[in-house]
Design a protein around this ligand. Sequence first.
Ligand code: NDP
Ligand code: MG
Length: 397
Amino acid sequence: MECITVLGATGSVGVSTLDVLARHPERYQVYALTANTSWQQLAIQVRKHQPRYAVLSDIGAAELLRQELAGSNCTTHVLAGEQALVEVAGAADVDTVMAAIVGGAGLLPTFAAVEAGKKVLLANKEVLVMAGGLFMAEARRSGAQILPIDSEHNAIFQCLPLQKGLAAGCNLAELGVRKILLTASGGPFRDTPLAELAGVTPAQACAHPNWDMGQKISVDSASMMNKGLELIEACWLFNCSPDDIEVLIHPQSVIHSMVEYVDGSVLAQLGNPDMRTPIAHALGWPERVASGVPALDMVAAARLDFSAPDYHRFPCLSLAQQAASLGQTAPAALNAANEVAVAAFLRGELAFTEIAEVNKRVLLAAELTEPVDLSVVQIADAKAREHARRLIAAAFT
Ligand code: NDP
Ligand code: MG
């Protein structure tokens, strides 16, 4: 039995993960499920999956879960706080960790899983953007196998001949790769008149045409900051530079990304836009396991369109390219500013187009240092968040 911790179990990726796990009870056993505050949803998941531990970051929510489970025949121990997340991610009995917390909050528990040499299914892209160099170096040291869950990166991984996975390192030139084609749907505002973008609401931004996801990544998809974060994520996972990657708009989200080789071959991974496919791929790897995703109907899909991204419409994409080229703590600063700006947009305190403005100002003002350890990254993150909050409070309210 493979013993699994699901960090961020109550989120969009967490729920899809539990759906796949439940299809293979003979293969997987849940060790721990975690959330931030959603204790009621976690209680339902705990009753169904009977993990050894349930962790809530929020201490009050953990107490409510404890009371809810008291008196039932459930033997799950309820823990609270960030240190408990770190413990269930690195525990000796755990084989595999699904890292599906959203944002920088996932940094320490995800790093703990890598440090402990686990098989790490990585959905939490923000942590690679913040500290990708440290993650990949630590994985090489500990022997942790990092398997990409982000659908594009999972597709690229599937199109590369990496029998030993990413733990052995990736050298695109040696593999005969000319470039990576990172596809993007363009989100809900791909064709919205530019003059209307300032007035779009959080509900409109979260209504993605193809994918059903958490709020933060949905807003990032609408601004294409998501593709920018994915560009940086790909540079770390596949050991390449932004120049090796071409971003391509593909509105149907049927092709999840492609790899072009020196002989002119282009390999693509296709499938319905359902995260259970990359999750099942990474869970089963190097074997294949059923995911519950219906077969792709090519006749119904009928058309596959492609176009170049419009950088004027999506300034966040250029900012991410700029941060990737600047290196050092620039991506961490950009990511932190974006998390603060997106949260403010979702609360109705910032216009959609001001997200890019906050991100740009924070990135340009950030003092860059070499991220030699996690504390350097955490300091850069905290400073950028503080700067973004000041900008939002002063100029945009
Ligand atoms: P959701 O917002 O749906 O879920 C986030 C999860 O993280 C929830 O379980 C939430 O708990 C938990 N969480 C949030 N904040 C904290 C915190 N401070 N401490 C501990 N736990 C916390 O996000 P998604 O599932 O959409 O995304 C998760 C990650 O996967 C993101 O990094 C995203 O970019 C990436 N990803 C997601 C895809 C998708 O299809 N959704 C596709 C590709 C990548 P609670 O419920 O209590 O708030
Ligand atoms: Mg993606």
